[in-house]
Design a binder for this molecule. Structure first.
Ligand code: HEM
Ligand code: HEM
Length: 177
């Protein structure tokens, strides 16, 4: 049985703004860490930090919106475990969109470095706080493999619903009924 109720435009717009920019920043992160120290690496890290900090703002709005609206209604009738699994995956991804930029900021601030969004300084350089840097770095880097796994589950599940179950899950997230 299909759920014909369309998703709100806020859910759709925030999903794609945060989701696609998250994938972009994630890719930049994986690319930049392997570059040799130098101006090119520095440029990529600056871009990573700028977009990452902007994602935090959008992710906070999105998180607030999800709290207000509650979880998405399932697009079709599915076994209870699948519904629970989808909700768990959404919860982990929502938390990741907050935890990744926050831990990135913690790592940079703990390392005494400034945070600039495309040249606009939001946090100035300061003395180092080693425990904060360590905590931020542990969260930021150890989340990587888990997130790749969860992301594959998320996109794989969405494609399975769209193509095999034909319940319009992806169409619904694209604003088509
Ligand atoms: C190309 C990549 C992506 C596709 C095709 C995709 C597809 C979808 C679809 C179809 C839904 C609706 C599921 C339903 O109806 O039950 C959904 C929801 C959701 N997606 Fe994605 N997604 C992608 C990337 C991402 C990324 C990168 C994140 C987070 C880092 C993310 C986080 C979420 C969350 C949290 C929800 C629950 C609704 C919400 O709070 O917006 N998605 N996604
Ligand atoms: C949605 C936001 C973000 C995502 C998805 C993300 C993702 C990543 C990833 C995948 C890496 C590579 C980690 C590795 O392979 O070891 C990385 C590294 C890094 N990120 Fe982020 N990041 C985000 C936001 C931020 C922010 C806001 C900052 C700082 C303000 C930041 C600072 C850094 C730094 C400094 C590194 C390099 C760490 C090192 O040299 O080991 N990130 N990030």
């Amino acid at each position: 049985m299909l759920n014909k109720k369309p998703l709100t435009w806020q859910t759709i717009v925030l999903h794609w703004i945060v989701g696609l920019s998250f994938i972009g920043v994630f890719g930049i992160g994986l690319y930049m860490v392997d570059l040799p120290r130098g101006p090119e690496k520095f440029e990529w890290i600056s871009l990573h930090k700028s977009i990452g900090a902007l994602i935090l703002a959008a992710a906070l709005i999105r998180f607030g919106w999800r709290l207000k609206e509650g979880a998405l209604p399932p697009a079709s009738k599915m076994p209870a475990w699948q519904d629970k699994a989808a909700k768990a995956v959404h919860g982990i991804l929502l938390l990741a969109t907050l935890a990744m930029p926050i831990s990135g900021v913690a790592m940079s601030v703990g390392g005494g470095r400034a945070i600039e969004i495309f040249g606009w300084q939001v946090i100035a350089e300061s003395a180092k706080t080693p425990w904060l840097q360590e905590l931020g770095s542990t969260i930021h880097t150890s989340a990587v493999e888990i997130l790749i796994f969860v992301f594959v589950l998320h996109v794989g599940g969405a494609i399975k619903h769209q193509v095999i179950d034909k319940d319009g899950t992806i169409s619904r997230m694209l604003g088509r009924s």
